[in-house]
Ligand binder design. Structure first.
Ligand code: 6R9
Length: 647
């Protein structure tokens, strides 16, 4: 099949930060002389005490360690705010668009944001928050969420943001794991006209978190919520008394910056820890080159701050680069499917960065919702979170971007801190569905299941062979798990968990997760987490969860459930279990299919044969492979005979 290739539009290379020739030269230097390359690139941010050391890293067990710029000091909040005040203090830092288009938007200048952050940082200090202390943030997409992040980093506190769609249980687990004494939240969130009871969720979570002493609550909707005397305080009332002068703490480059929980193939979510210097450099440099960003351009990343994309590309990357960053509280299809493109027109957005799942959902609604808007300011589009299917890519390119905007399909992970494989718009010819080439300093490789490196074109497991500044440094509280999870599958290499193909041009095509992680609407979920939620239900004996193809979400959740012997599974129980999982984890974990099964296919040693369940989930049952090791092959026949009808 002939591949479509979209060359770099002719107007780009002359003006872009990087063109094809400079990409190759810079890439070569970045991997051959990493110290020289990163010493130079790290100048894009301000250091309080300059570093002399650059890269001190090893992925080998004998001398394992990752440190970058380790004798330098800096503050990320100062880099995002203070350094802009002299030259562009009155420029808009955040353009906030509320859920309801009838409500007023907000435009917050760098000077105002700086003052808000200082006041909130002083409030945190007044509450006794110390350097290195963990602050849990459970806030909707409001500017105060960015204020809270920047206030934490200003005083050297470690923020841990929990997506405001997570349940009280999920929130409680994350608060407990990182030992937060303080939680920041709002009365309610507002998304697509629906109210999300954030404060009530916090109250429910805190019943299991005796260590939390203080809740600072933002009034967003004015809902009537209960306040616990002596524990809960009102954000605006408390902040009003604070000074807007708060010097930024001098942090060591390797001091912890933030924790973000993410799902893996086993056990409970891991607290991914990023440190200050390497992350700051990575977020700033990737944002600048991948989006060819120049100060003053209106830039919109439509991710939630509850995910890493929101951290690196709504808040930190853009603000370090002096951007005007758009922050949107709502959802793509409310009040109607034109919403995204109306916001683009309202603010004159030049760069738009979104997720394939939203694009697929909008594509289904028809082109009119898009074409009735102007979008003439758009010059660059981005995609993140999951593989973008060529059909959605073409639609994005042709209909949204009117054929004139390059698309940067950016592959990366919570663990990588920022973009790892992506086109650069002035340098890279595009192939729909491919994340194309590695960013500076990134050395991807493909290995087979035995760890043998695949050269040239081929298919395999995606690993990264050497460190980059934005790499996570540990799993909070469990350094052994960090090493075990990422560096033991293929010795001496960072294992991404993704499968990947490399074509004859050296372009990378991510094929999706090859571990027990599924990607639902761009949200990562461990099948083990959903299974443990299901088996926590008193009527459930056993559960196995796999992914299934889903037109909009990319992957859906297919759960096989065995009930306790005395329970007769029925429609009511099915509904109850769906609600149960929503309550245990959150709506993003809602199972699409629950198939009751008298038993699950197991090996004679009692291991569930997930390979077979995955095939059933994928509706690819013509060849189930070797089933001879099954303890009872009849179990599979039963599963096949009782597959629910899929819409
Ligand atoms: C940034 C983010 C990471 C996983 C990753 C991969 C998938 C992300 C992708 C992509 C194909 C892309 N993924 N971007 N797959 N093409 N452009 O999403 O972080 O939530 O940690 O998810 O998402 O499977 O391993 P995170």
């Amino acid at each position: 099949m002939g591949e479509t290739i979209y060359p770099v539009p002719s107007a780009w290379p002359a003006d872009a930060l990087v063109n094809d020739a400079s990409y190759h030269a810079m890439y070569r230097q970045s991997v051959e002389q990493p110290d020289a390359f990163w010493r130079d690139q790290a100048k894009c941010i301000d250091w309080m005490r300059p570093f002399t050391r650059v890269k001190e890293t090893s992925f080998d067990e004998s001398d394992f360690g990752i440190a970058w710029f380790s004798d330098g000091t800096l503050n990320l909040s100062a880099n995002a705010l203070d350094r802009h005040l002299a030259e562009r203090g009155d420029a808009i830092a955040i353009l906030w668009e509320p859920d309801d288009p009838a409500d007023a938007h907000r435009a917050i200048s760098y000077r105002e944001l700086h003052a808000d952050v200082c006041r909130f940082a002083n409030l945190l200090k007044a509450q006794g928050v110390q350097r290195g202390e963990r602050v849990t943030i459970y806030l909707p997409m409001v500017p105060e969420a960015a204020v809270a992040m920047l206030a934490c980093t200003r005083i050297g506190a470690i923020h841990s943001i929990v997506f405001a769609g997570f349940s009280p249980d999920a929130l409680a687990g994350r608060i407990t794991d990182c030992d937060s004494r303080i939680v920041l939240t709002a009365d309610e969130g507002l998304r697509g006209g629906k109210h999300v009871p954030l404060k009530a969720n916090v109250d429910e979570a805190l019943a299991h978190c005796p260590g939390v002493e203080r809740v600072i609550m933002l009034r967003r909707t004015g809902a009537d919520v209960s306040m616990v005397e002596g524990r809960d305080i009102d954000w605006h009332m408390a902040v009003a008394a604070q000074s807007d002068d708060c010097p930024a703490e001098e942090m060591n480059a390797e001091d912890p910056l933030f924790i973000l929980y993410t799902s893996g193939s086993t056990g409970k979510p891991k607290g991914v820890l990023h440190t200050t210097g390497g992350y700051a450099v990575w977020a700033a440099v990737t944002h600048r080159y991948v989006f060819d960003y120049r100060p003053g351009q209106i830039y919109w990343c439509a991710a939630d701050i509850g995910w890493v994309t929101g951290h690196s590309y709504v808040v930190y990357g853009p603000l370090m680069n002096g951007a005007t960053t758009v922050m949107f509280e709502g959802v793509p299809n409310f009040p109607d499917p034109s919403r995204f493109w109306q916001i683009v027109d309202k603010f004159g957005v030049e760069i738009f960065y979104g997720a394939p799942t939203a694009l697929r959902a909008l594509m289904r609604e028809g082109d009119d919702w898009v074409t009735k808007t102007s979008r003439k300011t758009l010059r660059l589009l981005g995609s993140v979170g999951e593989p973008i299917n060529p059909e959605a890519w073409e639609w994005y390119h042709k209909v949204v971007g009117e054929g004139r905007c390059p698309i940067v399909d950016t592959w990366w992970q919570t663990e990588t801190g920022g973009v790892m494989i992506s086109p650069l718009p002035g340098a890279t010819a595009l192939k729909p569905g491919s994340a194309t080439r590695p960013f500076f300093g990134v050395q991807p490789a493909l290995v087979d299941n035995d760890g043998v490196v695949i050269e040239g074109a081929g298919d395999g497991c995606l690993v990264i062979t050497d460190s980059w500044p934005g790499q996570m440094r540990t799993v909070w509280g469990d350094h052994a798990r960090f090493f075990q999870t990422y560096f033991t599958t293929f010795k001496g290499r960072y294992f991404t968990g993704d499968g990947c193909r490399r074509d004859a041009d050296g372009y990378y095509w991510i094929t999706g997760r090859i571990d027990d992680v599924i990607n639902v609407s761009g949200h990562r979920m461990g099948t083990a987490e959903i299974e443990s939620a299901l088996v926590a239900h008193p009527k459930v004996a056993e559960a196995a969860v796999v992914g299934m193809p889903h037109d909009i979400k990319g992957q859906g959740i297919y759960a096989f459930v065995t009930t306790n012997a005395e329970v007769e599974p029925d429609e009511a129980l099915r509904k109850e279990l769906v609600q149960w999982v929503r309550h245990e984890i959150g709506p993003i974990a809602t199972p699409d299919v629950i198939q009751f099964a008298p038993s699950l296919p197991k090996t004679r040693s009692g291991k569930i044969m997930r390979r077979i369940l995955r095939k059933i989930g994928e509706n690819d049952v013509s060849n189930l492979g070797d089933t001879s090791t099954l303890a009872d092959p009849a179990v599979v026949d039963h599963l096949l005979a009782h597959r629910p009808l899929l819409a």
